[in-house]
Design a protein around this ligand. Structure first.
Ligand SMILES: *Cc1c(COP(=O)(O)O)cnc(C)c1O
Length: 354
């Protein structure tokens, strides 16, 4: 049986998706060719990318609202600079909620004035700042919906007149939001959508064209939009596997269904963290992430015992990020409830042993 996979990213994918994907590597569409051997401009692959685009719009409930979907290269990290390159004319406003926001800020500073509207750095990014003001003369506001490393998540998004840009790498397709509030959403595929290698960008085309600088083709949204993500060879395999994952999600009942499952999983784990005297959560309760739960063991001597126990229970990927330490359980869409139960059982067992 498969391990209980709490890896933060790349991370768990649905079993049925892996089966279909492995078949397509050998024989795609029963056409005696591998998906990896056919042209990205061939009809079967064009169907794949169009289907993936359509599923994104459908699942996010933003069809016919002026959004375009791109599958680009370079990860969310390239979006840190691409957003600013294409949209930062004079100044931009950023909310700093952790490592990923800070990286986005660093890149944006290359292109213009940067206003950090608020930061939770003072308390090691253990909460989401609230009540900040967004300057209305900024070109856009950028935030990170889920702080993958520290385990906090924005539960509300500000109302603002200016374009709203969000890095949703680690919680897209996990919960219902009014996605039509956002003008640009980006996400590396490898957390909740598919394997590493492609980056989803959902963009309202009318926010473009306001900067004067010349933009290199590969970093220019307009170029990719005009060529429908085929300016250069797209990441065919990651896009195909993403399409399969989105199909899987749709069949299950879409975001409204998976959100309920995700909340159930998170409640199960957080209530054990709160109940069990050996463990403690590391972030503000109201900002706890439904995707990535971070926690520590108070008595450091028990860490080795706990580590051996969860590895014995066939649990994978529970170590905290190298910059934080402790533990992090990532509970992305494809992680079943019984895997969280397996972890909770080990936590209870440690309490009995200690
Ligand atoms: C993982 C992650 C990134 C980095 O993604 P890459 O695809 O590796 O560039 C950026 N932002 C968030 C929120 C992430 O979780």
């Amino acid at each position: 049986m498969k391990k209980h996979n709490f890896s933060a990213g790349p991370c768990i994918l649905p079993e049925e998706v892996l089966q279909k994907a492995s078949k397509a590597v050998i024989d795609f569409n029963n056409d005696d060719l591998s998906l990896l051997e056919i042209s990205h401009r061939s009809a079967p692959f064009v169907d794949v990318i169009e289907n993936a685009r359509q599923l994104v719009l459908e699942l996010l409930e933003i069809e016919n609202k002026g959004y375009k979907v791109l599958f680009l290269h370079g990860g969310a990290s390239t979006q840190f600079l691409m957003t600013a390159y294409n949209l930062l004319h004079k100044k931009a406003a950023y909310l700093n909620t952790g490592t990923w926001s800070a990286k986005a800020i660093k890149e944006a500073k290359i292109f213009g004035e940067l206003v950090e509207v608020a930061s939770s750095k003072d308390q090691n990014f253990s909460y989401i700042p609230k009540g900040y003001k967004i300057p209305i003369d900024a070109d856009y506001f950028h935030c990170t919906s889920n702080n993958t490393i520290f385990g906090t998540q924005m539960k509300e998004f500000p109302e603002t007149e200016i374009p709203l840009i969000c890095d949703m790498s680690s919680d897209i397709f996990s919960r219902q939001l009014d996605f039509s509030k956002f003008d640009l959403i980006y996400a590396g595929a490898q957390k909740n959508m598919g394997p590493a290698g492609t980056t989803l960008v959902v963009i309202k085309e009318d926010i473009l064209g306001k900067v004067e600088r010349e933009i290199p083709s590969m970093l220019n949204y307009k170029v990719h939009l005009d060529r429908e993500s085929m300016f250069n060879t797209p990441a065919v395999f990651p896009i195909y596997v993403s399409m399969l994952t989105l199909e899987w999600l749709k069949k299950l009942g879409g975001i409204s269904f998976i959100e309920k499952v995700n909340i159930k999983k998170a409640n199960l784990l957080y209530s054990e963290i709160d109940r069990n005297p050996l463990f403690q959560g590391v972030v503000a309760n109201e900002d706890r992430s439904v995707m990535n739960a971070t926690f520590t063991i108070q008595d450091k001597r028990l860490e080795k015992v706990f580590d051996a126990m969860w590895k014995d229970a066939r649990i994978n990927g529970l170590n905290g990020h190298r910059s934080v330490g402790g533990y992090r359980a990532s509970m992305y869409n494809a992680l079943p409830l019984f895997s969280v139960q397996a972890l909770v059982d080990v936590m209870k067992e440690l309490e009995r042993k200690a």
